[in-house]
Design a protein around this ligand. Structure first.
Ligand code: PAF
Length: 256
């Protein structure tokens, strides 16, 4: 596995087609590994990026406390058969100092877009840059960040980018908690409460009832809303913001 730290280095690499790409911010878990596995099964070359993208954090403290587990990440990726890790410097990726940005004006104005102003501008901008650098035939995203997945899928279609976006199912702990890098920040009692987010979200009660139940067990609710035949929630345990979503009625294939 080769660690590539600059765009020039990547340009000198000779990846075999097809290239499957998994963008990440590190602090990897089994959810990421399931994306890597999907990429490994369907491509000759697998590239994973690790870049904690500051422009998508609307809260500076959240950015500074984002977990960094570089050594562990690298050994996980080696074991998973990854060919390249792309880990660029901020200065190179944002040589324009973020003067140019990608914004979406409709879907990005609800849910996480509403409660985290500017978040999706940062996500779309960095993903556009990464896709333009890596030029993969396929890129893999988890459906825990369902809104992000849909925004990226539509951005790629809108700007005629020649990458197929593959959305993969949420991977959960045995107690139902959706895997997330932020789970590392939960205290022991918070970790015990966290699976209730998924459990309560699946109930047939209406969204107001669900908000109440989440509050009773200790969550500070950001939102519970229904869009696109899904129910979405974001809620805090202390300072840790967790998100999750469940389909309403329909079932989904693991990757589509
Ligand atoms: O989902 C993430 O980890 C990030 O939003 C992404 C897609 C790597 C962009 O920084």
């Amino acid at each position: 596995m080769k660690i590539v730290k600059s765009i020039r280095e990547w340009k000198n690499a000779k990846p075999e087609k097809t290239v499957g790409f998994v963008p990440t911010m590190g602090a990897l878990h089994r959810g990421h590994l399931s994306l890597v596995e999907e990429a490994r099964n369907n491509n000759s070359t697998v590239v994973v990026s690790i870049f904690v993208n500051p422009t998508q954090f609307n809260d500076k403290n959240d950015f500074h406390s984002y977990p960094n587990t570089w050594e562990k990440d690298i050994s996980m990726l080696k074991n998973a058969g990854v060919d390249y890790v792309f880990s660029p410097e901020y200065k190179e990726l944002y040589s324009d100092e973020y003067r140019y940005q990608i914004s979406e004006k409709k879907m990005a104005s609800v849910l996480c877009g509403e409660s985290r102003p500017g978040h999706f501008d940062g996500v779309l901008t960095v993903v556009m840059k990464l896709l333009n650098i890596i030029k993969p035939q396929f890129a893999y995203f988890g459906k825990k960040d369902y809104q992000q997945y849909m925004l990226i899928r539509d951005m790629v279609a809108t700007f005629f980018i020649e990458t197929q976006i593959v959305g993969c199912d949420i991977i959960r702990e045995t107690d139902g908690l959706a895997m997330s890098s932020r789970n590392l920040l939960l205290s022991e009692p918070q970790r015990k409460t966290a699976p209730l987010l998924y459990k309560i979200l699946q109930q047939t009660s209406n969204v107001n009832e669900i908000k109440k139940q989440l509050a009773v067990v200790g969550f500070k609710v950001d939102y519970v809303e229904e869009f696109w035949q899904r129910r979405f929630a974001a809620a805090f345990l202390g300072k840790v913001r967790l998100i999750d979503n469940v389909p309403l009625g329909e079932t989904y294939d693991s990757c589509s």
